[in-house]
Design a protein around this ligand. Structure first.
Ligand code: GLN
Length: 325
């Protein structure tokens, strides 16, 4: 059977290439240096990938080059925790309210004494603490195996970035102690942080991230392999918290401008999910002052406009462009 959506002449292929080209010369933004290894990134690196729930991928730019997933790990560890422990136990340790604060804010919800949500560092460290079993190698392996199943290829941890985070992550250590003090840490500080830093240090390329997003869009089942990576009930909870909290203190502008559940990371990656349709990812290291990729924001807004992805787009009910094909 020929696969019409993979044809090189397919309109989405051309569209992705055009959106990539449009933002290639952007000079705004600064590469993150607070994790020393990340400071080695070249500001010109830039790739886009769109992966549909029928298994097709469209890509442009630096799509083979690997980088660390950073905070885009957060929705996936949240999904794992929900799958393992259920919503009630997980919500006992981390809430679902947006913060309006920076991703690394040293703050808890004053009403609950818990982190506001699992998409900021405090909430992700609490989530990681739930996933600690006492066997650090098995815990890392389980996370890498889950991301690999979502991406559809074997992934691994970038040990240099991991060590860079362990040795310089004093702010995250402060957050972990705040959680310990509040009774919101389910494991010892070092164990929770080691797993958290390992999660942030998984090496991916932009196509991997688009395929992970497509797995979420496909309600937890990898569209290509058919593997059930996340339980469908967990995916609903993950996507809703991504929608309100995934872009930190830039979540409001993102919801307004792009209008889909998303997550960003300080390596310059942004992942977007169009429920039951597709995942997309844009990667380029220079960040704005809120820690979100500048090219990532601009290219995502264009993809949303041109593919009709915004959930409240008056002309579509999600992905009208795809319907028209
Ligand atoms: N590893 C990074 C940190 O903890 C993740 C932050 C991010 O990607 N926004 O600071």
């Amino acid at each position: 059977m020929t696969d019409p959506v993979s044809a090189p002449t397919h309109p989405i292929a051309g569209l992705v290439a055009r959106v990539h080209e449009r933002h290639r010369d952007v000079k705004d933004g600064v590469v993150a240096t607070y994790i020393p290894e990340l400071g080695r990134a070249d500001p010109s690196w830039y790739g886009i990938a769109v992966a549909t729930v029928d298994g097709s991928v469209y890509q442009a730019g630096d799509t083979d080059r690997e980088f660390t997933i950073q905070s885009v790990a957060k929705p996936f560890s949240y999904a794992m925790a929900l799958g393992r422990f259920g919503g009630e136990r997980v919500q006992g340790i981390v809430g679902v309210e947006p913060t309006g604060d920076a991703f690394n804010a040293i703050a808890l919800d004053p009403l609950t004494n818990r982190p506001f949500n699992p998409m900021v560092n405090a909430g992700a460290i609490a989530t990681s603490s739930l996933l600690v079993t006492g066997d650090p190698v098995a815990d890392r392996d389980a996370f890498v195996a889950t991301l690999s199943a979502a991406a559809g290829r074997q992934l691994s941890i970038d040990e240099a970035v991991f060590r860079s985070e362990v040795t310089t992550g004093h702010r995250n250590r402060a957050i972990a102690y705040l959680l310990l003090n509040a009774g919101a840490l389910a494991a010892p500080v070092d164990a929770a942080l080691d797993l958290y830093f390992a999660q942030c240090s998984v090496k991916v390329n932009v196509v991997d991230v688009a395929r992970m997003a497509a797995t979420l869009a496909n309600i937890g089942t990898n569209p290509v392999s058919g593997a059930e990576v996340f339980p469908s009930g967990a995916v609903r909870d993950v996507l809703s918290v991504m929608f309100t909290c995934g872009m930190y203190d830039g979540a409001g502008l993102w919801a307004h401008r792009v209008g889909v559940p998303a997550k960003s990371g300080v390596s310059g990656i942004i992942m977007g999910v169009v429920n039951r349709r597709l995942g997309f990812a844009v990667w380029s290291p220079p960040l704005n002052e809120r820690g979100n990729s500048v090219r990532g924001l601009r290219a995502s807004a264009d993809l949303a406009d041109e593919l009709g992805l915004h959930v409240f787009d008056p002309l579509s009910i999600g992905a009208s462009f795809l319907d028209a094909l």
